[in-house]
Structures are given as C-alpha cells and as structure tokens.
Ligand binder design. Structure first.
Ligand SMILES: [Zn+2]
Ligand SMILES: [Zn+2]
Ligand SMILES: [Zn+2]
Ligand SMILES: [Zn+2]
Length: 260
C-alpha cells in the first residue's frame, strides 16, 4: 500500500492543484502523461504512448523533436494523482506509475469492453466489471466462455473473454513483424494477474509435434506493445504457425490455472 494515499476531500483540494493536473493531461489520450514526455518544436507536450501514433503535434501541427521535457517529467514523478472516479467516491491518490493500473481495477469505475481490441464491440460498451458478463453473453456470445481453457483457431486479431476463478481473462492474438503473438490478460491489477499462469499449445496434424509454453497472465492495464516486446507472451514465427496448420486452421489451445 506504499503507493496509495487516502485523504479526505478537504485535504484533497489542498494537496493537489487542479490546474497543474490539467497541464499533465496528454492532449491526445487525455490520460496523465507518463515519462518520457516528448515535445514538439513549439514546446507542446505529448505522452510516451501517443508519441508513436502521431506524426505531427495535435496542438499546432509542428513536428516533434526528440527533446524531453525533463522539468515536467520531474513534476509527473513527484505528483500524486487522484483517481478518475473521485466524484464517485474513490478518494485514493496514486503515483504516475500506478494510476493507470488502478483505473482498471477501481471498484468505483467503469471498464471498456475488451472487444475494443479488435473493434468488434458494436456498442463500444463501457460499464462496471460486475455487468461485463451480461454484456459479453449478449454482444459476444461466440467469443465468451465460462471455462478455464479453450481450443481453436489461431487467427489474427482474435479476442476471447474467459470468465473463471471469479475473474475475467482476455485472450488476444496478433500478427506482427512476421511473428504471431498470443497473450492472456486479467482484468485487474498486475499483482492479481500474477496469481495465474496460462499454457499456450500449438499442435501439429500428426499428433506428435507440438509447441507448448507457459507464461504468467499479464494485467489488462499493461501496454500490449510492451508485453509483445518483453517476451512475456507466446510468440512463434509465422512460418512455424503455417507448418502447424491443419486444413488451413491452426490447432491452438490455451489453459489457465491458478499458481499455488
Ligand atoms: Zn497520450
Ligand atoms: Zn505543438
Ligand atoms: Zn479509484
Ligand atoms: Zn462488447
């Protein structure tokens, strides 16, 4: 709990400055900027996540430089941030490293439907975690499983939602730079996610050859690019996946289990 600070509302209004917090918001994603904070040639700031996604400054259309706003990075690191659900009763304050993760697990907050990952949630649902099962049953019946394991095809961009062990797990697969990746994310914090492991298995038609790897489940709040780059997920060359095709379908299985 060393990163958590509980204060009453009076103390809250005294202890952080709304104007400063506003300055700390990224103009693109509106989240608080996590260092490194890069600047455009006119000095506008952008968060590290959004820097890779835009060519020009969203504020003035100038080009970005590689210069970091070190002063703002220092402020970002020393600032304590209020939970976005403050007006709904969450009075905790967090460091910049922990605020995003908290937002995914805050009981006062809403979460986005995990099927936004492959843009198959037509209503772009967001709601409370306690209502996610009902939504998934209605809107994503073919991709929602109340099981700890599933077997099926290995398709690019596929998302499945598993509800088991009283938790929600998101399975996501993606082709990237000639490799295929599969990851399982718990809708919860990193510490809750690390209580589970997932076995990924790709099986050949001959019933003999198989590739099987086990990884810790990652948190839904983690950045996917970071997970893919870190090696903390299943990954094989596209050529290997093709070799394992059975009648044009990869026989791919995942199995979740708690770590005792
Ligand atoms: Zn941003
Ligand atoms: Zn600018
Ligand atoms: Zn909260
Ligand atoms: Zn949905």
């Amino acid at each position: 709990m060393c990163n958590t600070f509980v204060l009453d509302m009076d103390e809250l209004s005294r202890d952080f400055n709304d104007a400063l917090l506003k300055e700390m918001e990224c103009p693109v994603c509106m989240d608080y900027m996590v260092p490194p904070i890069k600047m455009c040639t006119n000095g506008h700031n952008i968060c590290s996540k959004c820097r890779g996604r835009v060519t020009f400054c969203p504020t003035c259309r100038a080009e970005f430089s590689e210069i970091r706003n070190v002063a703002l990075e220092h402020i970002a690191r020393s600032q304590k941030y209020p939970c976005a659900n403050r007006q709904h009763g969450c009075l905790e304050l967090f460091s910049i490293e922990h605020i995003a993760e908290h937002h995914t697990v805050c009981v006062y907050g809403k979460i986005k439907c995990p099927f936004i990952l492959n843009k198959t949630c037509k209503s772009a649902w967001s709601g409370f975690k306690s209502d996610l099962k009902e939504h998934a049953k209605v809107a994503h019946p073919g991709c929602f499983f109340e099981l700890p394991s599933i077997r099926g095809l290995y398709a690019d961009g596929i998302v499945s939602l598993l509800s088991y062990f009283g938790e929600f797990f998101v399975r996501y697969q993606r082709k990237r730079n000639g490799k295929v990746y599969a990851v399982v994310l718990l809708i919860g914090s990193s510490s809750e996610a690390s209580k589970y492991k997932c076995e990924f298995a790709l099986c050949a038609a001959n019933g003999i050859e198989q590739i099987s790897n086990t990884f810790l489940v990652q948190s839904y709040s983690e950045d996917l690019e970071k997970i893919f780059n870190s090696g903390k997920c299943f990954c094989v060359d596209e050529a290997v996946r093709r070799y394992f095709l059975i009648e044009n379908i990869s026989n791919f299985a995942i199995r979740l289990s708690p770590i005792h």
